[in-house]
Write a protein that binds this ligand. Structure first.
Ligand SMILES: C[S@@+](CC[C@H](N)C(=O)[O-])C[C@H]1O[C@@H](n2cnc3c(N)ncnc32)[C@H](O)[C@@H]1O
Length: 285
């Protein structure tokens, strides 16, 4: 058994990885956090309802399927819309399905929003677990199983519109938070794409910038005072990072991802590359 269900301080049930001790949706739990941190800030409902999209599907990369709480929250939004709305294609990435299997067990399904009274969501998640795919008139949901850096390389370039980045922390999974992995993800994102995550780490934000994303702050959710939203185009960010953040980056001792290394020359070069990013062009020094 790789996961267990625990009760968080807020009283919500949550999935805990036994080996690392990391908890999925540790703040407000699997019912609330997916909406507050991912679905609402990504404006999924509005983007699916946008008539200017010309009928093309919206592609959502669900990075870290886990117990499928983020994916199911997005799936429900799509299923609630009329046939005329854009279709949603969810691509869920994970190398281990034990959290989803545990969430679907009768003792836990209701806690993870997969009750049999809402049998459509339960059926969709069960099909994903069993067959790696589920499709309705409105929503395609497919699983990409394996190590994320390898799996993302198999996705077509410039095909994704929204990314829910919800891996365990960089402390336990450093290779997933690296510039090279984020660069592979950037290749798959198209114009207008946005990425949403709980992490506000300076090293992660600088890795996103070095990988070619524009980066901004996201709003408060639950116990988190701030979150992070990245985008292909800086124009899609309400609050891009600016000069004050750059100054903090220059002062911080943990400012860059591990790939940059500790050598002063390497750090200076990384700082210069971050400074050169388009979003800082108008910042006053
Ligand atoms: C924080 S959990 C995701 C929670 C999920 N978004 C939800 O809503 O329930 C992180 C997930 O990343 C997966 N993961 C860890 N290492 C991975 C890797 N190298 N490649 C793909 N997935 C990985 C874990 O198995 C775990 O299910």
């Amino acid at each position: 058994m790789r996961c267990e269900v625990v009760i968080t301080k807020s009283g919500a049930p949550a999935m805990r990885d036994i080996a690392s001790g990391e908890v999925m949706h540790p703040g407000t739990g699997p019912e609330v956090e997916p909406k507050e941190l991912y679905v609402i800030p990504s404006r999924l409902l509005e983007r699916l309802s946008d008539p200017r999209a010309g009928g093309s599907s919206l592609v959502l990369l669900d990075v870290g399927l886990g117990a499928a709480s983020n994916a199911i929250a997005a799936w429900r939004v799509s299923e609630s819309l009329p046939r005329t709305a854009r279709r949603l294609e969810i691509v869920s990435f994970d190398n281990d399905l034990s959290a989803l299997a545990l969430a679907l067990e009768p003792a836990h399904a209701a806690s993870f929003g997969l009750t049999s009274t809402e049998s459509d969501a339960y059926a969709a998640a069960s099909a994903l677990l069993r067959a790696g795919r589920h499709e309705t008139e409105r929503t395609v949901w497919r699983l990409s199983r394996g190590d994320f850096p390898e799996r993302i390389a198999a996705e077509p370039a410039a095909s994704a519109d929204v990314v829910y980045w919800d891996f365990y922390s960089a402390k336990t999974h450093p290779h997933l938070w690296s510039v090279s992995t984020l660069g592979a993800l950037r290749r798959v994102c198209r114009t207008g794409a946005t990425l949403h995550t709980y992490s506000t780490a300076t090293s992660f934000r600088s890795a996103l910038l070095l990988a070619g994303f524009a980066v901004g702050t996201g709003g408060r959710t639950g116990l988190r005072a701030e979150t992070t939203i990245a985008a292909v185009d800086v124009a899609d960010l309400a609050e891009p990072l600016g000069e004050r953040w750059l100054q903090r980056l220059a002062r911080s001792t943990v400012s860059f991802p591990a790939e940059v290394g500790p050598a002063p020359e390497a750090r200076a070069e990384a700082l210069a590359r971050v400074r050169a990013c388009a979003q800082f062009a108008r910042s006053t020094p």
